[in-house]
Design a protein. Structure first.
Length: 131
């Protein structure tokens, strides 16, 4: 008979401890999930307009020989003035060179590692249509 009260005495603190851990863990998860959700909502509200824009992603600028070759290849295909040249964050392993053409339009020229033009994207056409 002595064993039964001893087991009960040990089980009660264990049950209280488990209940306390579950209560703390549940409150922690719900509050961190809520703040995580709030943070995501705030980011989406502020950056929803630029969600497809690569300006949000960090794109390291091209330097040295790679910069010279990428810019020369982009200008050969689309004559104008180089605005910027950088690694493409949306397409890893690719380069992006922004060229302002004589007519005032800007084109983003995408190049592969062999400096071959693989794609382009007209920039600023939305502002021209709106104005």
């Amino acid at each position: 008979m002595r064993a039964l009260p001893r087991r009960a005495a040990l089980a009660a603190p264990a049950a209280v401890l488990m209940f306390a851990l579950a209560a703390c863990g549940g409150g922690s998860d719900s509050s961190s999930g809520s703040s995580k959700s709030d943070t995501q909502q705030a980011q989406n509200a502020g950056g929803a307009e630029a969600a497809g824009d690569t300006d949000d992603k960090e794109e390291p600028p091209l330097t040295g020989d790679i910069k010279q070759k990428a810019e020369a290849a982009a200008l050969a295909a689309y004559p104008g003035t180089v605005v910027k040249s950088e690694e493409d964050a949306e397409k890893p392993g690719m380069y992006g060179v922004e060229v302002k053409q004589a007519d005032g339009t800007t084109v983003e020229v995408y190049l592969d590692k062999s400096f071959k033009v693989t794609d382009t994207k007209q920039e600023g056409t939305e502002e021209e249509d709106a104005g």
